[in-house]
Ligand binder design. Structure first.
Ligand SMILES: NC(=O)c1ccc[n+]([C@@H]2O[C@H](COP(=O)([O-])OP(=O)(O)OC[C@H]3O[C@@H](n4cnc5c(N)ncnc54)[C@H](OP(=O)(O)O)[C@@H]3O)[C@@H](O)[C@H]2O)c1
Length: 239
């Protein structure tokens, strides 16, 4: 059930959680194929992966590019989707509907597109692991769009698990994780967010990409999980 010799495609695999998944899978002997929008992030990520890893520039919101990417990549075993941009945090009253709609493009429609064109290339025994977040189950004021997206990702996962069977489809739901995703918040606000998490979380610390990567690896290896949501949140849903 190990990942030795398996080929794993990680869209959004050049930073944070996706890069940690690619690194952990490579440590188990898998061949990692990572993709994201910017050449500089692809180059930087390849320097942090073993020789033999492949990197591609790909915008997951560009449907023809996604189709062409999978045609070029050919057969593989597991598809991991972690592409995402900084969270859209604004109240309903202040929301801009065009911006709110665009927010779903990468995380929801990008994932949908990747699975549509990637699934036909997944080999027997393979799987898809998508990404959601705990905002769907425990929203805060100002997270209407993010919470809606997270709920949609969980439902999409369950529907795909039936439609694509026997390909297994699962989703990881991270809590707060220290990654580049938070770079757009002013430093003081960002550090305040992390400090308040340290104070309130049962585990007493903020998550690392490596903590969360373990869940993706478990779901890829575990042949009996499909339609599952695995929460990795340091106990955040409890407090
Ligand atoms: N960090 C957290 O606290 C947290 C919590 C819950 C859920 N999540 C979710 O987990 C996922 C991974 O987040 P992260 O924290 O690892 O963020 P990250 O470090 O910012 O990584 C995001 C990755 O997505 C790529 N990307 C962005 N837009 C893309 C597009 N249109 N097409 C292809 N690649 C794209 C980025 O590279 P380029 O810039 O080169 O495209 C980057 O490699 C996201 O969906 C995020 O919302 C994160």
């Amino acid at each position: 059930m190990g990942l030795q010799g398996q080929r794993i495609v990680v869209i959004g695999g050049t930073s944070g959680i996706g890069l940690a998944v690619a690194q952990a899978a490579a440590r188990e002997g898998a061949e990692a194929v990572i993709a994201s929008r910017r050449q500089e992030s692809v180059d930087a990520a390849l320097r942090r992966l073993p020789r033999g890893a492949e990197g591609h520039v790909l915008d997951a919101t560009d449907e023809p590019a996604v189709r062409a990417f999978f045609e070029r990549t050919g057969g593989f075993d597991h598809l991991v989707y972690t592409a995402g941009e900084s969270l859209l945090l604004e109240s309903l009253a202040e929301s801009d509907l065009a911006r709110a709609r665009r927010f779903l493009d990468t995380r929801l429609w990008g994932a949908y597109t990747a699975v549509k064109y990637g699934a036909p290339w997944i080999r027997e025994g393979g799987s898809v692991v998508l990404t959601t977040g705990t905002a769907g189950r425990r929203p805060l004021p100002g997270t209407t769009v993010a919470a809606s997206l997270c709920g949609a990702m969980e439902s999409l996962t369950r529907a795909l698990a039936l439609e694509l069977a026997p390909i297994r489809v699962n989703v990881v739901s991270p809590g707060l994780v220290r990654t580049e995703l938070w770079r757009d918040l002013p430093e003081e606000e960002r550090e305040g967010l992390f400090e308040s998490a340290v104070a309130s979380l049962p585990v007493g610390r903020v998550g690392t990409p490596e903590d969360v990567a373990e869940a993706y690896l478990y779901l890829m290896r575990g042949g009996y999980s499909t339609g599952s949501v695995v929460v990795v949140d340091g106990g955040g849903l409890l407090v």
